[in-house]
Design a protein around this ligand. Sequence first.
Ligand code: ZN
Length: 210
Amino acid sequence: MSCPMCGCEEFEILKSKGKKVKELTLQCDECGHVYRKTQEQAREIEVRVVISEFEHSWKTSIKLFSDEYLECGTLLYIDDKEVEVTSIENSESIRVYECPVIDIQTIWVKSLDTLARIGLSVDNHGNVLSYKLEIEREFIFEVGDVGQVNGVKFKIYGFKTLERSMKKGYAYAKVIKRVYAKLLSPKDKSRVQYDLSEYVIKTTIKEHDY
Ligand SMILES: [Zn+2]
């Protein structure tokens, strides 16, 4: 709110009427001009949200203040999840980068606190133990790592990431699709660097005929 005479935004409230919509009588601090303004009180409005997490997406809603702006990249908490706004559709069904909350039709968000979902193949001379893991996105796997999963000891010899196969080096779980490892004998003397058992969500055994 600014003074219509001088543009100054400092004022004194002389009178305030109404509940939902307030009628204010203001006096400018700068030039003393008295003017009236109506002010709709900020209220919480329910906005439609589409959350995506891995390959799933679902609809929910969030309450936002009507006098706020929302822009892409904003972090919100929905159902105890931290999410990032990736797209906003306004009331004219146009995708916009930012939008007053009152004009929002739908917002799209992606869940940030999801774990990376990766595969782990442990090769035992053609029989492959295959695990599906959900693990911290920042977990680092390195070729040559010795690990353990459900009592099976293995040594990593490669990865497949979203765009390439790797036979050396390291990668974050968030970019890995599958980790390839060779089964080690329980008598193997290498030190186990980590145990992935707690991250396993599914185990399958495949018999490959080479
Ligand atoms: Zn003024």
